[in-house]
Design a protein around this ligand. Structure first.
Ligand code: FCB
Length: 451
């Protein structure tokens, strides 16, 4: 394999970290235990038809109780870091006010257990499980949620900040705002463009405010935010298709990337959204542009777009003949190199981490084992693409594979398996797949040949 093979002498940046990622609602279960409050995903998943097969996170992977097993799997894998999220309603059950000590204790133990196994915690503060009480008061489209988020951040930082160094304020602002509030396919299930843009602004503002809180409350915090970036390729070089790609890139990528990197909202998109913009107060953009120690990039696929029939919205084209994962996402490793090279070329970047990359395929357990050659091939090619970007000088400092365990894949429930460890959702047994052994050997190999 090109990029990171044993025979390759291109060095990894010093301190490069290999990890895996997961999130609270997708793995923990125990949704009513030890004082946890209700989240928007509990409410949403209980709605008939909202989630495939009526699946919910009530049990999920039961990691709340089986965390020790999960850490053992991570330790045997040889990873240097685990990216996980804190469940806001476990810590502040009503979103504001009363703190639940048992919730904090859980994450406290988790951090200690990780550190004792030589695994660095990368803590995500928000991975989509908003306390339902806050949604009842307006959710992310309401500016009050920003205040609530900084209070919650303060509580978590005060408890974990002596041991946790790496913090990710928000995970995937586009998904939070557009899938949750604009299209209604994720919790809380609202479908309003006005709400989506207001949510997006407040999620970004909450990121900036949390960054300030983390720096104030802890010493030596490394603060970042994770953005899901989907490179947009025009179907043809016609002016109309190229312009469609610009717009798609604007709404999906630049709307989030540019304010966070200090450029404010992109001008072309401000024009496009003029009639549905939220109130942007003086100083907001400055807050959003809080200094970053790192930018987290989630990369899964690309989109190919063409001009929409009525010139209204760009249309995503199905890439027939290409390889797709079980999500229907095109497997396009070059997109990762292109994306990283573009970020490097066009922006002043802090350190980068790939905070998610991975693939869902249909995995069968045969005679006790799970062979998943397609996932291994996906990973091999994406890591080669990453190696290529690093060789070009892009400052990538780490890579987190999504995910350790098969888990609750949001509106698709348990139908999509992203894990390198198979989870039997009836017995909760964990069975490492062939890709687990592959990643373990890969990490060991990079370690032996690197300084
Ligand atoms: C990302 C999410 C993560 C997981 C993967 C497949 O959008 O951050 O929770 O669902 O996709």
């Amino acid at each position: 394999m090109q990029g990171f093979s044993q025979s390759d002498d291109r060095p990894l940046p010093p301190g490069f970290v290999w990890g895996v990622a997961g999130s609270a609602y997708q793995v923990e279960g125990a949704v009513t235990e030890d004082g946890r409050g209700e989240s928007i995903w509990d409410r949403f998943a209980a709605l008939p038809g909202a989630v495939a097969n009526g699946d919910t996170g009530v049990v999920a992977c039961d990691s709340y109780h089986r965390f020790g097993d999960d850490v053992r799997l991570m330790r045997d894998l040889g990873i240097g870091a685990y990216r996980f999220s804190i469940s806001w309603p476990r810590v502040v059950p009503d979103g504001r006010g009363r703190v639940n000590p048992a919730g904090l204790d859980f994450y406290d133990r988790m951090v200690d257990e990780l550190l004792a196994s030589g695994i660095e915690p990368f803590v995500t503060l928000y991975h989509w499980d908003l306390p339902q009480a806050l949604e009842d008061r307006g959710g992310w489209p309401s500016r009050d949620t920003v205040e609530a988020f900084s209070e919650y951040t303060e509580v978590v930082a005060a408890r974990l900040g002596d041991r946790v160094r790496h913090w990710i304020t928000q995970n995937e602002p586009w998904v939070i705002s557009w899938l949750g509030y604009g299209l209604g396919v994720h919790a809380p299930g609202r479908a309003s463009e006005v709400d989506a843009l207001a949510a997006a602004h407040h999620v970004l503002l909450a990121h900036g405010r949390a960054a300030e809180v983390l720096r104030r409350e802890t010493s030596g915090a490394r603060v970042g935010v994770t953005i899901d970036l989907v490179p947009m390729y025009p179907l043809t070089y016609s002016d109309a298709d190229v312009d469609a790609a610009r717009r798609a890139d604007g709404s999906r990528n630049r709307w989030f990337l540019e304010p966070v990197l200090g450029r404010g909202y992109p001008r072309d998109m401000l024009e496009e959204y003029a009639s549905i913009l939220p109130r942007i107060e003086d100083g907001d953009l400055q807050t959003i542009a809080a200094p970053l120690d790192f930018l987290g990039v989630n990369y899964y696929t690309r989109n190919v777009v063409r001009a929409g029939a009525d010139a209204a919205a760009p249309a995503t084209v199905e890439t027939r003949g290409a390889e797709h994962t079980d999500m229907g996402w095109e497997v396009y490793p070059d997109g990762l190199t292109d994306l990283l090279a573009r970020l490097h070329r066009e922006y002043e970047l802090p350190d980068l981490y790939i905070t998610e990359n991975g693939a869902a395929f249909i995995d069968d357990r045969r005679n006790g084992s799970v062979s998943d050659p397609q996932r291994i091939s996906y990973l091999e090619r994406h890591l080669a693409a990453l190696g290529e970007a690093i060789a070009q000088g892009v400052p990538v400092r780490g890579y987190f594979l999504w995910s350790l365990l098969d888990n609750f894949e949001w509106a698709l429930g348990f139908t999509k398996r992203f894990g390198i460890v198979y989870v039997d959702f009836d017995t909760l047994e964990r069975v490492p797949k062939a890709s687990y052994a592959w990643y373990r050997d890969f990490i060991a190999a990079t370690r032996t040949v690197r300084v």
